[in-house]
Design a protein around this ligand. Structure first.
Ligand SMILES: [Zn+2]
Length: 215
C-alpha cells in the first residue's frame, strides 16, 4: 500500500490523498475545485501506472467535496460517500456543505454513490466508519493492509478536532465518534487538514479526544 499526499492544493483545500494497493488506487477527498487542474496534474504525475478507481469523500464540506466533480469527470471514476453526504451533495445544499461559508454555491451532484461498511476497489480495501459530530455525513476510512487511517476532520495532529458549530455539527456525537476511534487498530493518521502522523496515531487521537471530552 502506498499513501501519497497530493500536492497542488490551494489555500482553502482539504488535504487530498492518493492511496493504493498494487495497481488499484483511490483519491480521498477533492478540495474545493478551485485548484483542480494542479491537483489533477499532481495525481497523474504520481500514478506511475496505477489506476484511480474512485474519488472517496470523507464528508460533505465544500473544502473536501467541491472539487469532486471535476476530478471524477477528468479521471472517469465514480464519487463515493456516506448516504447523508450523498443526499447533501445531490441537493446542492449550500448550508450543510458549508459552500455558503466559503462564498460559493455547491453545484448539485447527480452521480454520487453511497458506501457500505467496506469499499473494495480491486486489491484496495477500505473499512468505512461513520463518525458524525463535525457534520452529519462524515466517515473515516481505514486501509486494510497497513491500517492507515484517513479520518477527515474528525481529529487533527497536535490536539485539534473538526469544529462542531457548523450546521450538522454536534459536540456529543463528536465525543462519541472520537472515543470510538480510540479503539481502532491503526498505524498511521492522515487527517483532512494539517500534518500527518506516521508513527503514533493513537497518541494524536487521544490528544484530540482529551481536548473536548470535558466540554
Ligand atoms: Zn469539514
Amino acid at each position: 500500500m502506498v499513501t501519497v499526499r497530493v500536492s497542488g492544493t490551494g489555500a482553502f483545500d482539504s488535504n487530498i490523498y492518493l492511496v493504493s494497493n498494487g495497481d488499484d488506487a483511490a483519491v480521498i477527498d477533492a478540495g474545493t475545485g478551485l485548484s483542480a487542474k494542479g491537483i489533477l496534474r499532481s495525481i497523474r504525475d504520481q500514478l506511475e501506472g496505477r489506476e484511480v478507481k474512485a474519488i472517496i469523500l470523507t464528508h460533505e464540506h465544500f473544502d473536501h467535496s467541491g472539487g469532486g466533480k471535476a476530478l471524477a469527470t477528468a479521471l472517469s471514476v465514480p464519487i463515493l460517500a456516506s448516504s447523508e453526504c450523498c443526499r447533501i451533495l445531490r441537493d446542492g445544499d449550500d448550508i450543510y456543505s458549508g459552500a455558503g461559508l466559503f462564498g460559493f454555491e455547491l453545484e448539485a451532484y447527480e452521480d454520487v454513490e453511497e458506501v457500505g461498511a467496506e469499499i473494495k476497489l480491486g486489491g484496495l480495501v477500505l473499512e468505512v466508519h461513520p463518525v458524525p459530530g463535525h457534520c452529519k455525513g462524515q466517515i473515516s476510512l481505514i486501509e486494510r493492509n497497513e491500517r492507515a487511517l484517513f479520518c477527515g476532520d474528525l481529529a487533527f495532529c497536535d490536539g485539534g478536532v473538526g469544529r462542531w458549530d457548523l450546521p450538522g455539527g454536534d459536540l456529543g456525537e463528536l465525543k462519541r465518534s472520537l472515543s470510538g476511534a480510540l479503539k481502532w487498530d491503526v498505524r498511521s493518521l492522515h487527517p483532512g487538514h494539517g500534518r500527518e502522523e506516521l508513527k503514533d496515531p493513537k497518541l494524536e487521537l487521544n490528544w484530540a479526544y482529551q481536548s473536548i471530552k470535558d466540554l
